[in-house]
Every structure is written in structure tokens, then in C-alpha cells.
Design a protein around this ligand. Sequence first.
Ligand code: NAX
Length: 328
Amino acid sequence: SKSPMRVAVTGAAGQIGYSLLFRIANGDMLGKDQPVILQLLEIPDEKAQKALKGVMMEIDDCAFPLLAGMTAHSDPMTAFKDVDVALLVGARPRGPGMERKDLLEANAQIFTVQGKALDAVASRNVKVLVVGNPANTNAYIAMKSAPSLPAKNFTAMLRLDHNRALSQIAAKTGKPVASIEKLCVWGNHSPTMYADYRFATIDGQSVKDMINDHEWNRDTFLPTVGKRGAAIIEARGLSSAASAANAAIDHVRDWVLGTNGKWTTMGIPSDGSYGIPEGTMFGFPVTTENGEYTIVQGLEIDEFSRERINVTLKELQEERDGVKHLVG
Ligand code: NAX
């Protein structure tokens, strides 16, 4: 049988953690034949550590056959020791009266510390997914703080936006979600992201031709996908959690196990493709194979798309400029 893979999850006692951990231990992320060891990080705060113990008691009580071990941590240097996968979910939420700049700085500090810890103690092949917001910029900071690890090992979660776009297209066309191919989301995980169905197909037919409604794209589809997080908060009184955990599972599963030629979306450091400056943590259409992702090349970027891509790129560059003095 396979030897266990070590998976770190930060913010493990939070909302997303509560949906995520059970699915990882159930084999939904790394495969039904892959044992896992969970290394769970929470802030040192007594309440958070106690809540984490409670979650671990429930995980114990599931008696997951694939769970080969589980530890609680308050220090990233022990939590990240030898990890193969790191899900960075914990982040500083926006408090009352907190400026955007303060939020960026508080998170820059967290992701600098965690990037350095990964650099020092994680597996040299660690696959890092940043979920905690601002996800792209946090992933960028962690990557920059881990110079001895390959930059390509650091990714940000755009998959929830991707899945939200899939479900909107399925509803609009009346076709099953699973029949939709070649959809992608460009840019930042924020309302500026650009969900793009120009290349999408259903049973080989063009989705753009099937819908044939530019106004719907601009005035309904893009705002619905872009503001979906706010709509969930409005309806549920809490931010997306199970759907975010599901997207994290999808992201890592596809990265590790491959997409068989199908497209998905990952936030990854740009290699300069499509005019996105190298190193920018940006949502791109990718395929994955043997644990590596490849940007889908050769797509035509029309004027409308270029404008959208420029808006989300500009936002990312402003976020990065806001933390430049901390990251260099
Ligand atoms: P919660 O506030 O329920 O949980 C966060 C947990 O992280 C808390 O238990 C907190 O103690 C812990 N934490 C904070 N700083 C930490 C640190 N330095 N080390 C370890 N743990 C730390 O938030 P939750 O709803 O679980 O959301 C977590 C993050 O995901 C938030 O930043 C949220 O904005 C972000 N999201 C990102 C999404 C994406 O698509 N990229 C979508 C969902 C979600 O909104």
C-alpha cells in the first residue's frame, strides 16, 4: 500500500476547515487509496486551540480508514514539517473599522511567516494552495518568502469562481455541469475576476453561440459570478464555507491526479503568458498532468476580454504595491 502523504491545513478550526478536513481524511482530495496525515495549524489563542481539539475529536469519531495520523500545532515550523500539501486557509478577517491597507498588512505578515516556515521545513515538492483572502496576494507573499522552493509550487484558489461560473452556465443552457468544457477564469479572486466562456463547449458545441447574448455576459453572468460571495453572505449570514472547501479539494485533486486534458482554472505565478507580467499570481486556464500544471496557450484575447483582464491585473498590482515594503 502507499505511504501516507502529509497535509497541513491552517485555520483548521474555522468554518472552511470544518468542511475541508473531513473530506481530505475521506480520500476525496488525494485518492481513495492514499493514506493521509493531517498537520493542523491554528493561532496560539486558547479558544482556537480548544476548538481545534474538538474538531479533531470529531475526526477521530469518523474512524476514517485512510487517516494515518493527526497532530495539532500553534507554530508553522512544526505544522509544516515534511508536508507534501499545504492548504493555507487561515487568514486575518477584516475587522470593524479596519482599512483595506491594514488588512493587506496583517495578512502580509502571516503569509511571510508561513512562507518562511514552508521554505525551512516542508517537502521540496510541497504543493501549496492559498485560500485565505486576499488569496492571490497572500500566495504571492508566501512564494516570495520561500526562495528555496520552486515558485511554481505556490498557487491561489480561483476554483470556487470557476465552479460558480460552471453552475451559472449549466443553469443558463439547461445542460449538465459535467458536459461543460474549456471554461476559465482570469485574474484575481475578487469581484474583478473575469470568467470567460468564449472557448467553452458542450458536447462539442460552442457555449458562446448557444447563449449568443453579449449583454447577458456583461450585465448578468459576470456580476453574478463576481459577487456570488457577497450574495452567499447576504443569504446565509456567513461566508461560503462548504463550497470553498469543495473548491480547495477540486484544485488539489486536479493538480495531483491530473485533468486528462481537460481545462480548469488555477491561480499561478505567471510565466509571462498573455502579457501578464512574470511572477504575478493570476488565474489562468490550465491542464494538469503528472503533478504539473500547464497554461493553455494560443487563446485569442479580444478587446472586451483584454479590458477585463487589465482591470483585474491592475487590482493585483495595487495589492502587491500595498505590501511591497514588507515583501521587497
Ligand atoms: P474563519 O474565520 O471561520 O476561520 C479562519 C480560521 O483561521 C480561524 O479559526 C482563525 O483562528 C484561523 N487563523 C487566523 N490566522 C491564522 C494564522 N496565522 N495561522 C493559523 N490559523 C489562523 O474563516 P473561513 O470562513 O474558514 O475562511 C477562511 C479564509 O478563506 C478567509 O480569509 C476567507 O476570506 C477565505 N475565503 C477564500 C475563498 C477563495 O475562493 N479563495 C472563498 C471562501 C473564503 O471566503
